[in-house]
Design a protein around this ligand. Structure first.
Ligand SMILES: [Zn+2]
Length: 190
């Protein structure tokens, strides 16, 4: 079988809150706004919760935020393809790499390098996928806000997919992944 393997075609999906604002986890639903973007909502709702007095760790765990840099951040994919599936992206709502200023572009790559190290240490994978889809035609689930997918891979980890189609076994829940990668990222010294 010759298949184009594009796990990042799977949309970043959250259940959303009662008002249907995408990207706003239930625990952060006090935030009153809606930017219309999953990722901008995620950051704004997390910041709002912290401003309102929620402990930073608690708010960032609720938002799946693993690490926040100056211009870019790292978060869990709420609909992981494999354990440890994360995304690196700018805070700025941009849909092309060429739209990022130099500092932001460099930080994106710096975080990608750190993510590679951390995923290797935390998950001992056989390989890694890093992928960036620019535009809906390229498979971007959230086309307006670019995000670099990163995920550990193991030999044979998709073998069953050909028989069960869209059903994937994710052996680790998001809260566990967050704790594991948060600790690993905080301990990463290069
Ligand atoms: Zn956005």
């Amino acid at each position: 079988m010759d298949t184009l393997w594009t796990p990042w075609r799977y949309a970043y999906i959250t259940a959303g809150d009662k008002t249907g604002r995408a990207g706003v986890p239930a625990a952060l639903a006090a935030w009153p706004g809606d930017t219309g973007c999953v990722f901008c909502n995620l950051i704004a709702a997390t910041d709002y919760a912290i401003e309102q007095g929620m402990p930073r760790d608690e708010a960032e765990a609720a938002g799946g935020l693993i690490y926040r840099g100056r211009d870019c951040f790292l978060c869990l994919n709420a609909f992981p393809y494999t354990s440890g599936h994360v995304m690196v992206m700018p805070y700025a709502h941009r849909d092309r790499l060429a739209q990022l200023d130099t500092e932001t572009a460099h930080e994106l790559m710096d975080l990608a390098q750190r993510t590679e190290r951390v995923l290797e240490r935390a998950y001992r994978p056989h390989g890694l996928n890093f992928g960036l889809n620019l535009g809906e035609a390229a498979g971007a689930g959230v086309a307006g806000h670019l995000h670099l997918h990163a995920m550990p891979r193991w030999t044979g980890d998709t073998n069953f997919m050909t028989t069960v189609g869209e059903t994937r076994v994710i052996p680790e829940d998001l809260a566990t992944t967050w704790k594991r990668l948060r600790a690993a990222f905080m301990g990463d010294k290069g």
